[in-house]
Design a protein around this ligand. Sequence first.
Ligand SMILES: Nc1ncnc2c1ncn2[C@@H]1O[C@H](COP(=O)(O)OP(=O)(O)OP(=O)(O)O)[C@@H](O)[C@H]1O
Ligand SMILES: [Mg+2]
Length: 253
Amino acid sequence: MSAVSPGPLPVGSLSPAPPFPSPARLTVESLDQHYGGAQVLRGVSLAIEPGRCLALLGRNGAGKTTLLRCLTGLIPESRGRIRLDGADITGLRPDARARAGIAYVPQGREIFADLTVAENLKVAARAHGLARTEAVDEAVALFPALRDLWSRPGGNLSGGQQQQLAIARALATRPRLLLLDEPTEGIQPSIVSAIAAVIAGLNGRITVLLVEQYLDFAVRLADAFVVLGRGSVVEQGMRDTLDPEALSRHIVV
Ligand SMILES: Nc1ncnc2c1ncn2[C@@H]1O[C@H](COP(=O)(O)OP(=O)(O)OP(=O)(O)O)[C@@H](O)[C@H]1O
Ligand SMILES: [Mg+2]
C-alpha cells in the first residue's frame, strides 16, 4: 500500500484512544460452496496477514461475491474451514462473525435508503455496542463529505456518496477484517481517489479483503493477489512478484 499517497485526508484520525482493535489474520482452507446442485467455489484457500490488503480478482461470475458472503456467514460453506486468528469460525452465524470483527461492504452497497446518513452510521455503531459518537466520528473523519450530507436520506445520495457511506458504516463497527466488494463499481473518479486514500490509510490497522475488477486500483492498494476462475484459485502471489499483465488476462471479460 505504500505506493499510494494518502493525500490530504485525515487518515491519522483512526488512532485516538480507545485504540482500534488489532487487525485479524484470515485463513480460508479448501472452501467449497454450492447453490443447490451447482458448485460455485472449489477448494478455495487463501490467507491474509494481519493489517495487510489482499485483492481478490476474477471475471464476472467467478465466485468473488459468493466467497465474501461465505466469509460473512450469509451463505453456508459446503466444505472447508474459515479461521480468524486461528479460531475456527466456520458455521458461525453472521451476527457472531460481525462480533468477531468482520465487516462487509456489499456489492451494490445496501445502505438503508430511508435512514439519514447519520442514522445509517449510528445504527451500525450501536449494533456493535460502541460509543456511538466516537466510533461514528472516527469513520466520518475519513469521509468528510458525509458531514455535509448528514441529514439526507441514504437513498437520495449519489452512487459515490453511498459507497463512502457504506464504507464509513462498516468502519464505524471498528472491524478487524474489512470485506469490500467492488467499491469502485460505477463510481466517479474523484470519489474513487478518496476511497483509495482511505483504504491506503487502513494499512496495518485493519485487514482488508478487496474484491475488485479495476486492476489499477487493486494494484495500488493490495499487498497480495488471488485470482478466481470459475470458483477456483487460478493465480496468487505478492504484489512484487505478480505481473499485472498476467493478472489482467485473468480478469478481462
Ligand atoms: N443466489 C444465487 N443462486 C444461484 N446461483 C447464484 C446465486 N448467486 C450467484 N450465483 C451464481 O454463482 C456464480 C458466482 O457468482 P458471484 O456473484 O459469486 O460471482 P462474482 O465473481 O461476484 O461476479 P461479478 O463480478 O459479476 O460480481 C455465478 O455463476 C452466479 O450466476
Ligand atoms: Mg460479485
